[in-house]
Design a protein around this ligand. Sequence first.
Ligand code: WT7
Length: 638
Amino acid sequence: MIKKGNLYYPSEEFKKNAWINNKAIYKKAERNPVKFWEDLAKELVWFKKWNKGFVHKPPYFQWFVNGKINITQNALDRNLEKRKDKPALIWEPEPIKEKARVFTYNELFKEVNKFANALKKLGVKKGDRVGIYLPMIPEVIIAMLACARIGAVHVVVFSAFSSRALNIRLQDTKAKILITADGYYRKGKVIDLKKNADQGIKKTEVKKVVVVKRANNPVKMKMGRDLWWQELVEKESDKCEPVPMDSEDLLFILYTSGSTGKPKGCVHTCGGYTVQAYATAKWIFDLKDDDVFWSTADVGWITGHTYSCYGPLLSGATFVIFEGLPVWPEPDRWADVIEKYGVTTFYTAPTAVRMFEKYGVKFLKGHKFDTLQIIASVGEPIDEAAWKWYFREIGKTKRPLLDTWWQTETGGILITSLPGIGPFKPCFTGLPFPGLKFEILGEKGKKLGPNKEGNLVLLPPFNPGLLRAVYKNPKKYLKTYWTDYGKRIYFTSDRAYRDKNGLIRVVGRADDVMKVAGHRLTTGEMESAIALDKDIIECAVVGIDDEIKGQAPIAFVVSKVKKSQDQIIKQVVFQLRKEIGPIATPKQVYSVKDLPKTRSGKIMRRILRKLFTGEELGDLSTLANSGSVAEIKKIVEK
Ligand code: WT7
């Protein structure tokens, strides 16, 4: 890397080999963004070409109108000619002793077709929703692709989500089929996933459950309902024609935290998402034929959809998925995986980087990371210390460190400097991807200049992969994204500013979303979950800074009955794990007598948060119960 002031640029060598190395691309895309995306779309295979690039009927819009495409034809069939025997997918199981599984493009193609045929036999038709509740095993990739092949809409539910979280998603989508597994490994133990799945399908329309045999743990199979994956695909043909999908047909629904207990189903469509996933994976990760790409994200999240499945395949790259935790059984497991497979692009979250750092550089001894070309970060703001450590210890100061900003809603990365162009600056995400118009707005929608923090918005024509709807909830769609600045401006709900070079730094959320270890949680959904405990009268959750996880939730509860602090903590933790999952486990729970409120009864979460930041509490006289603050302060300090 070449350093100029506080900016870094790629080396001449890197630049020469990169797909995109001329910054003229930005001007070109800006002149006609629709044409820019259409040119990228032309690199893919379409059954029928679109007749209009972009149509806008605020707050709705369409891309590649009347085009017909199938993402799997582009991800699989298109690669068979040149890359038939090249590894597409490498699976690293958690147990060290277990052998990896590798699928060439041809093998993956066949497995997808077989399972697609099996789904058809189970009665799955184009447009039907299929629930996928699987750990990081090859079948999760095969299942997603098989759905897409026949035009079924996949609804992936993170395997560490609770059965309640699964239940809500299955109910909302009315899925008739669920694909799950007997179990999977987590820190050496087998997690019984089937048990959760059985709970999760209660009171849903699920008629068939396909179960992958993964961990060989004993499970109950219900006759007539539950089927083993392995038995199902055995008899199927490995040929299944891809169904031509309209550009605006649904490809998948992926849920993200809502401001209340109910998550939002982000709807992604076939044409726009495919182009977005293809273009961003290729240009941002500079994927070429000899690349091995590893994203540590679980497919239960959007990062896993776009960059642990579709993006690398659309580029004909090899990608790795890993069942376990990157620091288990040893803190350098992740480094072993990089070296074992010669990973060239490593994509992870700041939380993981801080965790690696915490274990100390002694674990890096002996790891040279010779194969790495690009390292990247996603999911939450990356602080300066983590950026520098990542750049120095893993990037060896010679590889581009891409901080990538995007959302479940955007379908693909929207802000990051391109590796062959730069510049890269610690803590800054970088430049918007070519063709995108971001602004930072202040009060009353005023455009803000350099170094002024405001709300980050995206202007038309947006990006092809942006969500088209909140599933079955047009009101929520309008209110969440298209109300603050009107129906023509997409509000990201993030706070950001630009430096004088136009590099964007995203500082955090403008709403009640917390990013806990890169995962999205709202204080609202956590409070709704806690409130389901009948012993609890009132509660408030706030996100506070956390050294490793970025942010962590703290809960304050008022209980109806007198109970020990320990008992209350137990109940609250139980409730959160039951309703959401282990990611919602709070860092602390405080049982208090009263929560600070305004005279109109609004809980003042801001004051609760300040108890942890050491900030001045300010004027408390406007509170209805100012005495509550001193009492809580005492408890917190204890
Ligand atoms: C929110 C979206 C899309 C990938 C995984 C997260 C925050 C995401 C960054 C970044 C600062 C970031 C934003 C965003 N975020 N990437 N590079 N720098 N903040 O998807 O769960 O939908 O969360 O994550 O606040 O709005 P998500």
